[in-house]
Design a protein around this ligand. Structure first.
Ligand code: E4P
Length: 218
């Protein structure tokens, strides 16, 4: 399973990359705004900074909702770096844009996916990644992980190359659940990724090992 970080914060991206386990980055307009990155030139420059840190796929989201606008933005975004993936919303015009871009060999990430039907359409259009938002489903009492499992089943029934990129991750158990189901990628904020490290018995065990070493080598 690939690990992406879901943030536009350069320090968090660097910290995850330095761990040696980071395969890519996803961003969205809300995450850019959270970092105070506004204005087209600044946003494009920020994507460049992210691509300079991480060699893996970096999703950059369009803000147009019409086919022509999305294609125009996509063509600008892919000029930033070879690892840019164009993130396109799951709407009718978005499906047309994904098909057009995938026919041209441009990588896409179909975002804001909340149902199996949407995931099926994204795959048919040739999306490189499909992003089901599991945390936002859990927020409204729907089972986000169950959606990942259903999409896995559908994609495995056929020969879709589209990778399931589980998004809207809230905690470590989302990551573990995705791994159990067989999601191709998980995109998570830094905190749940670091949360995977933790176990009290590890800390207790290490403390004892170090204390015993100290006693024997005083
Ligand atoms: C996906 O790529 C989105 O950027 C993200 O995972 C959404 O997460 P949220 O529901 O925490 O905003």
């Amino acid at each position: 399973m690939k690990f992406f970080i879901d943030t536009a914060n350069l320090n968090d991206i660097k910290e995850a990359y330095d761990l040696g386990i980071l395969d890519g980055v996803t961003t969205n307009p809300s995450l850019m705004a959270k970092e105070g990155i506004t204005g087209k030139e600044n946003i494009l420059a920020h994507y460049k900074s992210i691509c300079d840190i991480v060699p893996g796929d970096v999703s950059a989201e369009v803000i147009s909702t019409d086919f022509e606008g999305m294609i125009k933005e996509a063509e600008e975004l892919v000029k930033i770096a070879p690892n840019i993936v164009v993130k396109i919303p799951m709407i009718k015009e978005g499906i047309k844009a994904i098909k057009y871009l995938s026919d041209k060999g441009i990588k896409t990430n179909c975002t804001l996916v909340f149902s199996t039907g949407q995931a099926l359409l994204a795959a048919k259009a040739g999306a490189t990644y499909v992003s089901p938002f599991i945390g936002r489903l859990d927020d409204i009492s729907e089972d986000g992980l169950e959606l990942i499992a259903k999409i896995r089943q559908i994609y495995d029934n056929y020969t879709f190359d589209t990778q399931i990129l589980a998004a809207s991750i809230r905690h470590t158990m989302h990551i573990i659940g995705c791994a159990e189901i067989g999601a191709d990628v998980v995109t998570s904020p830094l905190k749940p990724i670091l949360g995977l490290l933790k176990h009290p018995l590890t800390d207790i065990g290490l403390e004892k090992f170090l204390a015993d070493y100290k006693k024997g080598n005083a």
